[in-house]
Unconditional design. Structure first.
Lengths: 173, 427
């Protein structure tokens, strides 16, 4: 892979790590503000600190984290599947089914991205209550997730089709 | 027509090994198309379903559990369990149950429990002369019990799906887990005497003290959770953040055996798992919309009306379904598919939401370890390299005692409700 391409391929992985850290630090900050700072401002009669943003940052991070990680999960095999029937089939059949999975996932990701885009356009006039953030940014997580699902599924499809017939394919193994 | 389309699409895709979450998603799209609803409903439900304050407890508990396991806290807990009870006949077997109770108190994932307890305690049991099928039975049945010890991802998910206080469900879990653990220990005691299982040497006060000191750092976690929830100091999501911070502090300052690089890797892996869990829930939220539109809850309510006078029979029937679903589909998918349908009925016939959720959790625990294909059981079998068939003859008494535990929980709601009631969470 070219270096530039490799860097792009790394991006989703870095993104979920960072989002996870953001979510955790944000919640910790929330606990600190709610218990320590509320007490401090009450005791010393200081103006109280607003911390509605804690919930928004946490929830937005979780939404983005979920969509990106769900897409990565296609390649990493983190999604639970039932194998009792397919593991009894011949390798040729299994390969066909794996290819069909990828096609279905491309379609699913595509639909998610297209309709997600429409929804984010619809919401582009609304703003979040605490951070005053355009809600389009929240709904774009579905678009990015959908696009990533298409990309990862196409990669899986290419791998399945190029693999020699005898090898047990991707996530059915 | 709509229901048939959705159900058939889901079953066909699942049988063909498409990951369940995508089988649900594609069947959901099909349902929207057939029902002539806007397809925009899917992405908007997905986003709304993943953007949740309650679910934010999942990443922190997952990460904290992973990190504490990596630090070696599980070893300390196993040592403590063996020092406490290892010297009784069959004590090593009983200490599996006890160690799982402790370990589950710091870990939120049942699958993580099986791999930790299975890898740590299967070899010593085999060395002590336990047959592999008994060793696996102990690990499997203890982990099935352990799902009831909070924190548990499954309970967070149930809290979200049924709109019940996660703190209440967590608090509700401790005693039912203890009751189930006692049922298991009774079986171990009987089997141990019949098969003349060995005893550990009685620990000296010094070695007991050492084991206790070693476990102090991990045991802070369940103790703080219990007290914090009991006195209503923090919410489940906040508890998750605190536990994660505590785990990082313990790893950096006390254990000092996890590099920063490893820690980042744990964050990444926890993010992947979190994404998989939350995405599943998000997809399932589409079904709440579809079923509401179709009036499914009303329909089912009418069907199950005859059971109204016997809530325990209703809970038992639901448990059987959940156990079977849990075996085939794994716990979370089973929960998100079934619970939205069954829960409204339970509420209608007067079952307390916390009681309902705990019974369901216990049932899913059994399902995960039900032969022949429960995911948890398959994992436990790997540690001893035997098949489900070889294992079953030794397993059934343990399985039976899990079912007895479940029946006790169903028949005596107070086992579940006592702690939450004392904490003022149940009127």
């Amino acid at each position: 892979m070219k270096p530039a391409l490799r860097a792009v391929a790394w991006l989703p992985h870095v993104a979920i790590t960072v989002l996870m850290l953001v979510a955790m630090v944000d919640m910790l900050a929330g606990v600190f503000l709610r218990y320590v700072m509320t007490w401090v401002s009450a005791t010393f009669d200081l103006p109280s600190i607003r911390f509605f943003w804690v919930e928004e940052i946490g929830e937005y991070s979780l939404a983005w984290l979920t969509f990106i990680a769900a897409a990565i999960g296609i390649r990493r095999g983190t999604h639970f599947a039932v194998h009792i029937v397919t593991e009894r089939l011949s390798p040729r059949w299994r390969r066909a089914i794996t290819a069909a999975h990828s096609v279905l996932l491309v379609a699913f990701g595509g639909l998610l991205a297209i309709y997600g885009w429409q929804v984010s356009e619809l919401n582009s006039q609304s703003y979040s209550p605490a951070l005053n953030l355009n809600l389009r940014w929240l709904y774009l997580s579905a678009v990015v997730g959908g696009v990533l699902m298409v990309v990862y599924s196409l990669a899986a499809l290419a791998e399945t089709l190029s693999a020699d017939g005898g090898r047990s394919p991707g996530h059915l193994a | 027509m709509l229901i048939a389309t959705v159900v058939v699409t889901f079953i066909v895709l699942t049988v063909l090994s498409l990951p369940i979450v995508f089988a649900l998603g594609i069947a959901g799209f099909a349902g929207l198309v057939v029902g002539d609803f806007s397809l925009q409903k899917l992405p908007s439900s997905l986003v709304a379903g993943s953007q949740s304050w309650v679910l934010l407890a999942i990443p922190t508990f997952v990460f904290a559990g992973n990190l504490m396991e990596r630090c070696g806290m599980s070893y300390a807990l196993v040592d403590l369990a063996r020092a406490l009870i290892g010297w009784v006949r069959g004590g090593l077997g009983m200490s599996v149950v006890l160690a799982e109770y402790f370990f589950s108190g710091i870990s939120g994932s049942t699958i993580a429990d099986v791999s930790a307890i299975g890898s740590m305690l299967t070899p010593p049991m085999l060395r002590a002369g336990y047959k592999p099928e008994h060793a696996v039975s102990l690990v499997a049945s203890a982990s099935a019990m352990g799902i009831l010890v909070p924190p548990a991802i499954f309970m967070i998910v149930l809290g979200q799906v049924t709109d019940t206080s996660v703190v209440g469900i967590f608090l509700g879990g401790f005693l039912p887990a203890a009751v189930t653990a006692l049922c298991l220990m009774a079986v171990v005691f009987g089997v141990a005497h019949r098969l003349q299982w060995p005893k550990d040497r009685r620990p000296t006060w010094a070695s007991f003290g050492a084991a206790l000191r070693g476990s102090l750092v991990p045991l802070v976690v369940p103790i703080v959770i219990v007290l914090g929830f009991y006195f209503g100091v923090f919410t489940a999501t906040e508890a998750g953040a605190l536990v994660a911070a505590y785990a990082v502090a313990a790893a950096l300052l006390y254990y000092r055996n996890v590099s920063l690089r490893e820690m980042v890797k744990l964050v990444y892996e926890s993010a992947l798992l979190t994404g998989a869990v939350v995405f599943l829930l998000a997809v399932a939220s589409v079904y709440q919309f579809l079923m509401g539109m179709l009036g499914v809850p009303v329909l089912l309510g009418a069907m199950l009306r005859p059971l109204e006078s016997t809530p325990w029979l209703f809970l038992f029937a639901v448990s059987v379904i959940v156990i079977l679903f849990g075996m085939v589909l794994e716990g979370l998918p089973a929960a998100v598919v079934l619970v939205p349908v069954v829960f409204p009925i339970a509420k209608q016939i007067g079952i307390h939401p916390i009681h309902f959720n705990i019974v369901l959790t216990a049932a899913v625990g059994i399902g995960l370890f039900l032969p022949p294909i429960g995911v948890g059981l398959l994992m436990a079998l790997r540690f001893a390299n035997i098949t489900a068939g070889q294992h079953f003859r030794a397993y059934w008494p343990y399985l039976l005692s899990l079912v007895v535990g479940l029946l006790l929980l169903i028949l005596f709601p107070e086992i579940t409700l006592l702690l939450p009631r004392r904490a003022g969470l149940v009127r």
